[in-house]
Design a protein around this ligand. Sequence first.
Ligand code: NAD
Length: 484
Amino acid sequence: MTQTYLNYIGGRWVPAANGQTTADVNPANTGEVLAVFPSAGWEDAAQAIEAAAHAFPAWSRTPMPKRGEILHRAANLLEERANEAAEALTREEGKTFAESKGEVLRGASILRYYAGETMQPTGEIYPSASASTLLYAERVPVGVVALITPWNFPVAIPTWKLAPALAYGNTVVLKPAELTPLTAWHLVDVLEKAGLPPGVLNLVVGRGSLAGNELVENPQVKAISFTGSNEVGSKIAAQATARGAKVQLEMGGKNPTVVLADANLDQAVELTIAGAMLSTGQKCTATSRVIVQHDIADEFRDRLVARAEAIKVGDGMQPDTYMGPLVNAEAEQRVLEYVRLGQAEGARLLTGGVKLSGDQYERGYFVAPTVFDGVTPEMRIAQEEIFGPVVSLIEARDFDEAVRFANQTRFGLSASVVTRDLNLALRFVREIEAGIVHVNSQTAGAEPQVPFGGFKSSSSGSREQGKAARDFFTQIKTVYFDPL
Ligand code: NAD
């Protein structure tokens, strides 16, 4: 029988106030309903905010290392159930089991990293103009924070927001994407079992326009950390700014890999395929444009197409699957619409661009790995985020033109260059407008100890992960302390 799950508010597992539920469906086999979750409305979000506000004074006074111990225990518990959580992730989101397991283990590393941060200094002492004054600046929590997250990294992204939020003494309401509630449930469950006091972390599964909107509008929420689309992000930013709440946005990308004439072509093809097709291209850091120097364009194109055609597409639970389905029918429609648009714009469809048919594909959202060439930088398929297994080849005369094309979008999340020329690699690092730059590796990838985020419209400018997360989840109190 399909299991029914609940929201977690004030330390209790409760149904949605309106009694509504939503089905968690497998995108590789839409006949399979994994679980039933509440479809929370604004009332549930308001209750969760109330619970978080109530829990804040005690949690913010809990010694930091004690908070760290809970995060550390949660990391161990998550690791212990890595297979179970990874299977849930694959079955509700579609990515391969290997990718899911990697993501769950990364979630555990992130929890451990922030457990370690709870032993780090929280401020600085300054020299004062007065001989008697102890002058220092201390990092203190912000209060109740709302975390609004997407479906494509349903373990990693909630974890890299909630671990620092909790470590620095905030209380949290997490609203995960409606498409991937089961992985969020695993995360909250391990934190509860690790000993988090009631109300410190609350889970509300529900629609963005209802539950999410309450989190953005409620004056008790002091900060909102959002990852998702530009469309929703800019709306949230306007609402949050209007009422003076702190807001952090990580949004879309149109990430380029630049392949220069001296590149090792096997390596360039492999990292382009990994960047473009793993997770079915549904990463904010996925490679969606390959800018290839003219001299090697023909050779690179032929090898890329052959490699794309060799990709094994299927259910992510099958061990030999390289690429799973798209997340839902809407995503599939959007990708196929962009394929039609690319052709109408005059780009050449070299392979893919179709919904896969046959027994194993019939009940899922499977689209073939897709490669276009003859793409020019201003085409919509080179400008807009497709969020699927589609890569566009753009030819450039030389290094300067390649960098100009690479920068010719409103996005600036990640970028990579493939070359053996150290001078050009260094120039690329300097000239590319991106928050994350890779030299001879794919555009995707994020280690927990370094800042993560984009330039231009990809981000609100703040950074997540590593020590950078502290800037968002704390505020600074400057103290002039004079003994009497
Ligand atoms: P989305 O914007 O549709 O949804 C993100 C979250 O916002 C969900 O939880 C959703 O319920 C909520 N939401 C929707 N409307 C809302 C509203 N009016 N008020 C409050 N909350 C609301 O994004 P998605 O489809 O889940 O994710 C895909 C997008 O996320 C892509 O654009 C991708 O590039 C981006 N993304 C960015 C990063 C990054 O770090 N830059 C990482 C992963 C994904």
